[in-house]
Design a protein around this ligand. Structure first.
Ligand code: PLP
Length: 374
């Protein structure tokens, strides 16, 4: 689905040098590259504080820990996302309240969020799925009205721009709510060479708390004010990310071009609904995810696999039907849009090393399958 090797080769000398500098310095934990990367990401996102951590899941957990939520407090999130989003809610003994998504953008439905608010609701976690932001204008309005925190899961949309259509103000995904969270998992749009993550906020008090929580609840060495965790971005990973960050926008541009190519080729095919982008957001295409209409998805994926073409289903099982998360509150049929998407979405390779030649072959094979099965 991605070509990390091709991407590395283009920056090989810089990345190799950055890695060797860390090894030479032996500052493996909290070395200078960590501070440098945090500062550069703050500048890129126009946000006051970036605090790096071990991975995107930890980022979400740290965000919820920093908000001082109590067991039983309700956190509203989408039923169509990667498991990490809801996992951290459950781990902290908070109550995940799932809501359905919109059929065109696959992102959380603000009307459904409104309906899910109760007196126990404390936070909303919108996920900016596949690379475009959720409707943050409506989410922030709901949050203001009911006094809720907003934790943005930006693991798939780092670099995407959200525009408030009323004020015209454009902000980076993850910097609009109370705290933003991201992941530097290798295949994410800004990928490390191992695990990594970060939280961002414009709130000084929360930033301080997040730093302390990520470091065993410790501000002064061996004095622990909170129950914290140990979650750090390795200096080696920070060094790699610091080399790659200046290329993030150009990576997004290549993905956007590749998405436009797929859109064009598939526009005539009635069996494919290409992904739509909402008017208030840019799309950085972490995934190119289309909806198949009356297509045997498994047969198509097998057909592609036989031709050495990767494809994937994000996500085949909605959260409310996962064994670990299904409870008496939810059952089949509760989130019809999510359930229909789980059965019909398919993602095609999209990455920074995409050429029209590779893409032509991928799209050609998809169309060939469609014609054969008409
Ligand atoms: C990848 C991802 C995460 C978790 O990130 P890790 O670094 O793998 O822990 C969380 N949420 C979403 C939506 C993701 O795609």
């Amino acid at each position: 689905m991605v070509d990390l090797s091709g991407q590395y080769k283009k920056l090989k000398s810089q990345i190799d040098e950055a890695i060797h500098d860390v090894i030479d310095s032996t500052a493996f934990i909290n070395g200078p590259a960590v501070k440098s990367f945090q500062k550069h990401l703050e500048e890129y996102l126009h946000v006051k504080h970036v605090i790096t951590c071990g991975n995107g899941t930890d980022a979400l957990q740290l965000a919820l820990m920093a908000l001082d939520l109590q067991p039983g407090d309700e956190v509203i999130t989408t039923s169509f996302t990667f498991i990490a989003t809801v996992e951290v809610i459950a781990l902290l003994k908070l109550t995940p309240v799932l809501v359905d998504v919109l059929p065109d953008t696959y992102n959380i439905d603000p009307e459904a969020v409104k309906r899910a608010v109760t007196s126990r609701t404390k936070a909303i976690i919108p996920v900016h799925l596949f690379g475009q932001t959720a409707d943050m204008q409506q989410i922030m309005e709901i949050a203001r009205k009911y006094n809720l925190f907003v934790v943005e899961d930006t693991a798939q949309a780092l670099g995407a721009d959200f525009t408030n259509l009323e004020t015209g103000k454009t902000e980076k995904a993850g910097t609009i709510g109370t705290i933003g969270c991201t992941s530097f998992f290798p295949s994410k749009n800004l990928g490390a060479y191992g695990d990594g993550g970060a939280v961002f906020t414009n709130d000084d008090t929360l930033a301080e708390k997040l730093r302390i929580l990520a470091n065993h609840g410790m501000k002064v060495r061996y004095h622990h004010d909170f129950v914290g965790i140990n979650s750090r971005l390795d200096t080696l990973q920070a060094a790699v990310l610091d080399v790659k960050l200046p290329h993030l926008d150009e990576y997004a541009a290549v993905r956007q071009k590749a998405a436009a190519f797929y859109d064009r080729i598939f526009s005539e095919c009635k069996k494919i609904k290409t992904p739509a982008t909402a008017s208030f957001t840019s799309h950085v295409y972490h995934q190119y995810t289309m909806v198949l209409q009356d297509v045997d998805r498994k047969a198509l994926m097998d057909y592609l696999a036989k031709r050495d073409i990767a494809s994937a289903v994000y996500y085949p099982v909605p959260l409310h039907l996962q064994k670990a998360y299904c409870d008496e509150r939810y059952g089949e049929g509760d989130f019809p849009v999510t359930e229909a998407l789980s059965r019909s979405v398919m993602s095609l390779p999209i990455h920074t090393e995409m050429t029209t030649e590779i893409q032509g072959a991928i799209a050609g094979a998809v169309l060939e399958f469609m014609h054969k099965n008409e």
